[in-house]
Write a protein that binds this ligand. Structure first.
Ligand code: UD1
Length: 344
């Protein structure tokens, strides 16, 4: 049996897929989640896939006393994967204080407690949003961090700085920062997937809900960008590929393989796909039409960004395997499962 890992936000979209991969790799997982944007039923899904029910505790990482009690009770936690955060870009503009509190105080609490309980490493969920619109594509990890366009984006930058400063000060732990591009899709079993609250803000849940008839029409935000078809370009990565990178990162931290106490990796496929290409891939892969209309640009959207994933490929020995065509079908299978269950 490998070591004990704490996964904050482990009932969420990326968190739940990562718990599956951690358990498949032999790690013992403790999930904490305040369920603000997730549902405890996901624990059943994880158990169905892996045959192991992870420990789940409803807990808000802002509550330092409760966190302290958790570490005191569940002794021997060696690593943390910190997903718990608020992530809606638009909402963050209207509720900045909530975003700064949720996304920053939680990290401070964890970093404070790590040395007290002998936790060796933390993997942090960051985002390609830190690059803003990169000057050079595909973007590498040493590209400059650009001024954030939203409080959400700013929290990711500040989180990265906090970790960097803590390690520079010699605090006794290591960290790997993972900068995600656009995670999409669901586990191939369709037992877990993305469950947006209310009207989806992200493209793929909106596509699958429109195909299902829950939404009448998808709005494509702009076709006048400087891209081949005029729509924005992103690097869409299968959430299971992304989840697997966390296992490799945790292995690396706990087996002391890191070259530096802090390492940063892009997690993307290296392939840029436009909004219109993504819709086409969905229609081709599923045979279902997605009614859409071109509307104006969405404020704050980046024109085009995709990863240079070579650093992760070489140093972590990890590569995103799934194609966007296959990935989008897993998102549809999940949407169909939700319908079967009467959820959406
Ligand atoms: C954004 C953030 C990212 C964050 C993620 C979490 C930025 C630059 N990126 O990703 O850091 O982690 O949200 O939610 O802030 N689109 C449509 N119609 C829709 C929805 C989206 O055309 O109904 C388009 C968007 O204009 C964009 C693409 O689809 O070009 C992807 O959008 P989305 O899924 O929201 O992700 P990002 O904005 O890339």
């Amino acid at each position: 049996m490998k070591q004990k890992i704490l996964v904050t936000g482990g009932a969420g979209y990326i968190g739940s897929h990562t718990v599956v991969e951690l358990q498949n790799a032999g790690y013992e997982v403790i999930i904490i989640d305040n369920l603000s944007n997730s549902n405890a039923d996901v624990i059943d899904g994880i158990e169905k896939i892996t045959g192991i029910r992870p420990v789940f505790i409803k807990l808000d990482c802002n509550d330092k006393e409760a966190l302290n009690a958790l570490f005191a009770t569940h002794t021997g936690i060696k690593g943390i994967i910190h997903f718990a955060a608020s992530k809606a870009v638009g909402e963050s503009v209207h509720k900045p204080l909530e975003y700064y509190r949720n996304n920053i105080v939680t990290l401070l609490n964890l970093l404070d407690l790590m040395p007290v309980y002998g936790v060796d490493g933390i993997v942090f969920s960051s985002s390609c949003t830190v690059y803003g619109q990169p000057d050079i594509l595909p973007v590498t990890e040493d590209a400059p961090v650009k001024p954030a366009l939203s409080p959400y984006g700013n929290t990711k930058q500040i989180n990265e700085e906090i970790i960097r400063d803590a390690i520079h000060a010699g605090l006794p732990f290591k960290s790997i920062i993972l900068r995600y591009f656009n995670p999409i899709g669901a586990h191939s079993s369709a037992e877990i997937g993305e469950l947006p609250n209310g009207i989806p803000q992200n493209l793929v849940p909106f596509v699958t809900q429109t195909a299902m008839g829950i939404r009448s029409e998808l709005s494509v935000f702009g076709n006048d960008y400087d891209t081949p078809d005029g729509s924005c370009i992103r690097d869409y990565i299968h959430v299971v590929d992304l989840a697997k990178a966390h296992v490799v990162a945790m292995d690396r931290l706990l087996e002391n393989k890191s070259e530096d106490a802090l390492e940063t990796f892009n997690l993307g496929t290296g392939r840029g796909v436009s909004v219109l290409e993504l819709i086409e891939a969905f229609e081709k892969g599923t045979g279902v039409k997605v009614p859409y209309r071109i509307v104006g640009r969405r404020e704050g959207d980046i024109e085009k960004v995709w990863a240079n994933p070579e650093h992760a490929n070489k140093v972590l020995g990890w590569t995103a395997r799934e194609t966007v065509e296959d990935t989008i079908v897993t998102a549809w299978n999940w949407q169909k499962k939700l319908r079967e269950r009467g959820i959406q």
